[in-house]
Ligand binder design. Structure first.
Ligand SMILES: *Cc1c(COP(=O)(O)O)cnc(C)c1O
Length: 428
């Protein structure tokens, strides 16, 4: 059996049917923006391996930090014990986050950080005597992960979890904020869409623990960018109804939108924020849920007196070391110029796609470039073309998109945009 045959017969891949395994590339090496197949073919990782490898693959600052840490202390339990990697990473995160977000819970993955955030919100509300506030509000078109509670706030129709509808907690879905990122913001709440939230909170506010959403950019729910003023209005309404505001910045955090966090762009500080993906620069799975002193201490006033969560590998020192190194690479601020350059280049080079038949929209924000088609895009076409074009793309739903590493060169980025435009052209 060849390695690829073993893989096809025995290994599950994300969102696949094991009985009908799709085509597969066998990757043996990754460095910078490049992935190398077993036959030596190279392709640019235009996906940043699901939006994580912002400094490129096998970044030596990160790999050295992890090597040193593994030689000293790969892991210890976090119950009753602590260590410098967790402390150092915490300091760096607090420096980067808006004032007030400074109580950190380390998690293993993004989905877990969403579970933790939702659990914090419910425990907080109950501790405050609001025992009926155990449900959640969210906006349509969102994606928050694959675990049960996170699934319950993913888009109920187009999300990846519609199938489980009957088995999920029923949550309150608002229409997706329809005013686009760069459009003018109408003040009238009937026109700007905030009236729906106003009405929901007036009617059901006493049942709702928190409003959870991805600020400004909805990622896996459709690569949709909406107006930050919606978030300002939402924050005020949530405060008025004692509803916590949770931002899922797992996709948008650490520079992807051109701001360090999307909440910086919106100038709104939530009560709880979820971070993940690029936290370790894509070198190892890790995430965090960060909240305020007020919420953290409020949870402490609950009957249990403690927050009821504690993963086995919580604050794994190897992951913390990778996180410290990745954040230190952001400290000189050079990423900002790079992301701005990527944005400008993508705006120019993706624009020609707008004229192609079958293309519905072209949009760019920071290091996110999207060609939205009218129809579903078959990802296997991009998969098959990748070795030839030298660009690894994985379209989903109607979107041909890229989220390149910030270290991509202009020439490499041109290869990515031209592969995207030709893929869009194939559809016509
Ligand atoms: C990827 C993602 C998640 C889930 O993170 P995992 O690490 O895959 O569990 C949650 N929310 C958003 C916005 C994401 O992009």
């Amino acid at each position: 059996m060849t390695p690829l045959e073993f893989d096809a017969n025995h290994l599950w891949h994300p969102y696949t049917n094991v009985a009908k395994p799709g085509p597969m590339h066998l990757i043996t090496e990754a460095e910078g923006v490049w992935l190398t197949r077993d036959d030596g073919t190279r392709m640019i990782d235009a996906m940043s391996s699901w939006w994580c490898t912002i400094h490129g693959h096998r970044n030596s600052v990160i790999t050295e930090a992890v090597k040193q840490q593994i030689d000293q202390m790969p892991h210890v339990m976090f119950g009753g014990l602590t260590h410098n990697p967790a402390i150092e990473l915490g300091k760096k995160m607090i420096d980067l986050l808006p004032d007030g977000l400074d109580r950190i819970f380390y998690c293993d993955s993004g989905s877990v950080s969403v579970e933790v955030a939702m659990k914090m919100a419910v425990q907080y509300q109950i501790a405050q005597g609001h025992t009926g506030k155990v449900e959640f509000a969210t906006i349509s078109g969102g994606y928050h992960g694959d675990t049960w509670k996170a699934m319950s706030v993913c888009d109920p129709v187009n999300g990846m979890h519609g199938l489980f509808r009957g088995a999920l907690s029923i949550q309150h879905f608002l229409p997706r904020p329809h005013v686009r990122l760069n459009d003018e913001w109408p003040q009238d709440s009937q026109v700007n869409g905030l009236a729906a939230l106003e009405q929901l909170l007036a009617e059901k506010g006493d049942q709702i623990a928190a409003l959870i959403l991805e600020p400004i950019v909805q990622g896996a729910g459709g690569m949709y960018f909406y107006h930050p003023a919606w978030l300002k209005g939402a924050k005020a309404l949530c405060e008025a109804h004692n509803v916590l505001l949770i931002f899922d910045e797992i996709a948008t955090g650490f520079g992807r939108t051109g701001s360090l966090f999307a909440m910086d762009l919106a100038e709104v500080t939530p009560d709880i924020v979820c971070l993940g993906k690029a936290l370790t620069g894509g070198h190892i799975s890790f995430a965090a849920t960060v909240t305020s002193k007020a919420v953290a201490h409020g949870i402490g006033e609950s009957e249990a007196g403690v927050f009821m969560h504690g993963p086995t590998y919580m604050a794994n020192p190897l992951a913390c070391a990778a996180g410290i190194a990745s954040l230190s690479l952001l400290e000189d601020g050079q990423w900002q110029g790079r992301v701005a350059q990527i944005q400008t280049q993508m705006q120019t080079e993706l624009e020609p796609a707008r004229g192609l038949p079958g293309v519905a929209d072209v949009r760019v924000l920071g290091a996110i470039g999207v060609i939205e088609m009218h129809d579903w895009v078959d990802p296997s076409v991009a998969h098959q073309l990748a070795p030839e074009t030298g660009v690894w793309l994985r379209p989903f739903a109607r979107n041909i998109y890229c989220m390149p590493p910030f270290v991509i060169s202009p020439d490499e980025l041109s290869r990515v945009t031209s592969a995207m435009v030709s893929l869009a052209g194939l559809r016509s």
